[in-house]
Design a protein around this ligand. Structure first.
Ligand code: NDP
Length: 487
């Protein structure tokens, strides 16, 4: 059986590369190649820059309200095609249909809708300075690059293109080599909605293509989602032409469960924050600190619900709520961390092995895994695993647990469960993390800015301030009287 071959998407259409080089994409749930994609060679890269220059000229000349109207059409198409697009995401990522069907496309569309709404409301300032005055204009940056991770491919493409396009920029987007199709679908939808050719281009390939984007002097900004280590390389390369950067990187986020918390709710949050999308979510609360008075109750309920309520299998089965990890390599990495947890003395409460469900026997599954009696210096407590592996730790003092929670170079997210309203805010205000939840975990609406403290990131996505990250301020001084000159 022949599989489709997708070309790069440049200047409003698919464009064949010259080298003929391709890469294969596998369905993580079956280990089968589902399609091939052409790699962006030099010809494609040059074409992408030319296309984006033309796209930028046309798009930035439109009024914000015209751009907004077109983007809202794209939002409507995204929603109409929800199921088709959700299926693309399931086949590319291995995540359960029951998630993709209601989250991936929906949250992507929400963000484009949000920024489409804000675009016409962006205003400059005006101020009198004596008889003279100045005013400012919010101008787009030019060509922006987006580089995406593989866990939420379509959503990431929407989250990066939404504010960039609303502000009048053109985009060259590189999805992860593991999950290239969602961004192509988005590019087609933008064209169908009336976004001019060249405004949103998709280039395909691995790190080399990302490196080309970060180094290219025609590109004004890079918005990157991925690992901390890659983020550092991207930033170093972007510095060569002083590009603006947004970095959405990894985390090792703490969840603090106090002894007055609703323990069942805290267990729900811990499970969502470790097993949703089979644990491949950057904000996951992979360090769960539980107060000693409710520790036993917490782990008893956690064990029961993990063993009884999780269904792994063919991700397209609507009953399945645990999908396959992205690749064999990643499955091995996650299993390696689990071995390390055992070697370093953590107690395995449940899980710990690869899974081979009857409906998807060749998929890269890992059992939902919970380690208890963990210590702060264990590798599984310190390093991001990006799989369904939870570490539970015990605490008995508020100040001490805050110190422990903050003792990391990462600072993406954090959560607190308590019924004491003052403690909730007091503790959250001391946690060094950019995205925090009280008696909740994981929600990320378009209106709320998200991004990391410390080495988890730079800049924010979503929320009003993000539009500013895609514009530059031009100040214009207007003389109203004769110039006084000593010359
Ligand atoms: P990677 O850092 O491996 O890759 C991210 C993207 O960068 C991919 O498109 C990759 O291409 C590309 N890339 C790799 N090397 C370079 C380079 N030198 N220059 C430019 N681009 C490059 O991350 P993963 O895809 O493995 O994603 C998982 C990580 O993403 C986790 O750490 C997770 O925490 C983080 N993440 C953060 C989020 C946030 O919002 N904070 C959200 C989602 C994930 P290719 O894959 O094709 O090689």
């Amino acid at each position: 059986m022949t599989t489709p071959v997708y070309e790069n998407f440049i200047n409003g259409h698919f464009l064949k590369n010259q080298t003929g080089d391709t890469f294969a994409v596998k369905n993580p749930a079956t280990d089968e190649v589902i399609y091939h994609v052409e790699i962006a060679d030099e010809f494609i890269q040059n074409a992408a820059i030319e296309s984006a220059k033309q796209g930028f000229a046309a798009w930035s000349a439109m009024t914000p309200i015209e751009r907004s109207r077109i983007l809202l059409k794209a939002v409507a198409i995204l929603r109409e095609r929800n199921d088709e697009l959700a299926k693309v995401e399931v086949l590319d990522t291995g995540k359960p249909w029951q998630e993709a069907e209601c989250v991936d496309v929906e949250t992507g569309a929400d963000v484009i809708e949000y920024f489409a709404g804000l675009a016409p409301a962006q205003v400059g300032q005006q101020q009198m300075v004596g008889n003279d005055f100045y005013y400012t204009r919010k101008e787009p940056l030019g060509i922006c690059a987006g580089i995406g991770a593989w866990n939420y491919p379509l959503q990431i493409a929407c989250w990066k293109s939404g504010p960039a396009l609303a502000a009048g920029n053109a985009v060259i987007f590189k999805p992860s080599e593991e999950t290239p199709l969602g961004a192509i679908k988005l590019a087609e939808i933008f064209i169908e909605a009336g976004v001019p050719a060249g405004v949103f281009n998709v280039v395909q390939g691995a790190a080399e293509v990302g490196q080309w984007l970060t180094a290219n002097p025609n590109i004004e900004k890079v918005s990157f989602t991925g690992e901390v280590g890659t983020g550092k390389k991207v930033m170093a390369s972007a510095a060569g032409s002083l590009k603006d950067v947004t970095m959405e990187l990894g985390g090792k986020s703490p969840l603090l469960v106090f002894d007055d918390a609703d323990v069942s709710q805290a267990v729900s949050a811990a499970m969502l924050g470790n097993f949703y999308t089979q644990g491949e979510i950057c904000t996951n609360c992979t360090r769960i600190y539980v107060h000693k008075n409710v520790y036993q109750q917490f782990i008893d309920e956690l064990k029961t619900r993990t063993e009884q309520n999780i269904i792994a299998g063919d991700p397209m089965d609507p009953e399945v709520n645990l999908g396959a990890l992205i690749s064999k390599k990643h499955q091995e990495l996650v299993l390696g961390y689990i071995d390390k947890g055992i070697q370093e003395g953590a107690t395995l409460l449940t899980g710990g092995k690869a899974l081979s469900p009857a409906s998807a026997p060749n998929g890269y599954f890992v059992e939902p895994t919970v380690f208890v009696d963990c210590k702060d210096d264990m590798t599984i407590v310190k390093e991001e695993i990006f799989g369904p592996v939870m570490s539970v730790l015990v605490f008995d003092d508020e100040d001490d647990v805050i110190l422990r929670a903050n003792d990391t170079h990462l600072g993406l997210a954090a959560g607190v469960f308590t019924k004491d309203i003052q403690r909730a805010h007091r503790v959250i205000h001391q946690l060094q993390a950019g995205i925090c939840w009280i008696n909740s975990y994981g929600n990320s609406p378009a209106e709320m800015p998200v991004g990391g403290y410390k080495q988890s990131g730079i800049g924010r996505e979503n929320g009003i301030e993000t539009l500013d990250h895609y514009t530059q301020t031009k100040s214009i001084y207007v003389g109203m009287s004769n110039i006084e000159s000593p010359f």
